[in-house]
Design a protein around this ligand. Structure first.
Ligand code: BG6
Length: 445
């Protein structure tokens, strides 16, 4: 637990993310005794104080007493003069700034906070939500701006998927069990499926979403992060530097081979943008061009307005040799290791065993072992906020990593052709089924 006193400043402190995720997470962490050195929580926002009071009244009572509101306009220097008065009284404390604001305001916030903080020697951290830039160039520009005022050790770029239990368990399964490391390569693995299917459409975020689309919203970050955890080499040491070095290395060897884009029926009415070519669904075949993964395809699929929420990674192992298929007079299922993040947080391993009533060489039946990941934290944000407080950057995206992520998707951004249309509420669109069929594979959903 961090033993120095600190204060939190949430820019956009009455916004959706703050209301739905940040404050509930801070409140639970506080109630469970994780934030004993927290001095104050300041919500900085343009909205009315009453909006903020509504947020605060739902918090743990003890925490509520530490919360304050500062009327704030990210673009207006006068707001920083007010903030200055507050910071003056926080001598020696660590200051943690959380940018829970529109990405269009990131630059102003970084520049103005950076200038203000030059007058202070307090330790500081800046936490930045996604999207970090809109392409490689803008991400580089944002990195350059950050480095004018902060050092990498003070910068926490968030991808909330990395706070999920199951994602962290990929690491544990791979690197704490000898039985898996030996098979984690092209000799045993046929292909990998990474899916993030959502039931929700774009809902109230239409205006923002239309400028982003599924490639920027999900593929560039969450999907590629999951891929990196599956595909990276074991780090020499379990420390943030070595973990992030390995992720960057694997991302630099990652390339999209082919990609299709879709859009749900009724999207244009939802966002009210005529002629938009933004996608709400994307399916890609990705290669990781190194010795371990040579010719092992990674299939990534994500989309909105589908039948059910399902976030899952499935490692599909190779088939048994053909001659044994003949001996068994059947084709056993391929073994699978699957990491599910939603609807449940669990690991499933499927394998083939003799049916209880069968003959000695009867066709085996698929059997599975399931392990639910019990967590003491309800939200990925709880894990990540605690890491920020404790100064552990292992689960945050480093500057060179964010650029490597953008490099992977760059050739596929801003396509001008209209995506294929799929009906709302279907399991997956037909073109996505066909995507795998051509390689005689099918999705495990
Ligand atoms: C966000 C995306 O980063 O992740 C959303 O912007 C998406 O569009 C969400 O719905 C999915 O996260 P989770 O944790 O609900 O699977």
């Amino acid at each position: 637990m961090a033993n120095k006193s600190f204060s939190l400043f949430i820019l956009g402190g009455t916004g959706d993310l703050a209301k739905k995720k940040l404050f509930p997470s801070i409140s639970r962490l506080y109630a469970n005794g994780y934030l004993q050195n927290l001095d104050k929580v300041y919500s900085l926002a343009r909205s009315k104080q009453e909006d903020w009071e509504q947020v605060v009244c739902q918090l743990d009572a003890g925490l509520g007493k530490l919360c304050h509101f500062i009327p704030f306009d990210v673009r207006d220097w006068n707001s920083y003069a007010e903030l200055d008065k507050v910071i003056k009284d926080l001598k020696g404390q660590e200051l943690i700034f959380f940018l829970s604001i529109s990405p269009y305001l990131f630059e102003d916030a970084i520049r103005n906070l950076g200038k203000l903080l030059r007058n202070y020697t307090n330790p500081r951290k800046i936490v930045i939500e996604k999207p970090f830039g809109f392409d490689l160039k803008s991400a580089q520009k944002l990195n350059d701006l950050l480095y004018r005022y902060f050092i990498e050790e003070e910068i926490y770029r968030i991808d909330h998927f990395l706070g999920k239990d199951t994602v962290q368990n990929i690491f544990s399964l791979r690197f704490s069990n000898t039985i898996f490391e030996g098979i984690w390569n092209r000799n045993f693995i046929d292909h990998v499926q990474i899916v993030a299917l959502e039931k929700v459409g774009v809902e109230g975020r239409g205006e923002f979403y239309d400028k982003v689309g599924a490639i920027r919203d999900m593929l560039q970050n969450h999907m590629l992060q999951m891929l990196a955890f599956i595909a990276m080499e074991p780090p020499a040491y379990m420390s943030e530097k070595f973990i992030r070095d390995e992720k960057v290395k694997v991302l630099k060897n990652t390339h999209i081979q082919k990609l299709i884009r879709g859009r749900y029926e009724g999207y244009l009415q939802d966002v009210g943008v005529d002629g938009s070519t933004t996608e709400t669904f994307v399916c890609a075949q990705v290669s990781v061009d190194n010795f371990r993964w040579h010719e092992v395809p990674f299939y990534l699929m994500t989309g909105k307005a589908l039948a059910e929420k399902l976030t899952q990674i499935t490692i599909v192992l190779k088939e048994i040799p053909q001659s044994f298929t003949k001996l068994l007079e059947c084709r056993p299922h391929q073994n699978r290791i699957s990491f599910q993040m939603a609807p449940q947080s669990k690991l499933t391993i499927t394998f083939e065993l003799r049916p209880p009533t069968g003959r000695f060489m009867a066709c085996p039946v698929e059997t599975s072992m399931e392990y639910l990941f019990p967590s003491e934290f309800q939200e990925a944000y709880e894990v990540l906020l605690l890491d920020v407080v404790e100064g552990d950057q292992s689960l945050f995206i480093r500057g060179d990593e964010i650029e490597a992520l953008w490099e992977v998707v760059m050739p596929y951004l801003d396509q001008k052709d209209t995506p294929f249309i799929y009906p709302k509420g279907i399991k997956i669109p037909k073109p996505a089924e066909d995507f795998l069929k051509t390689s005689e594979k099918s999705w495990f959903l």
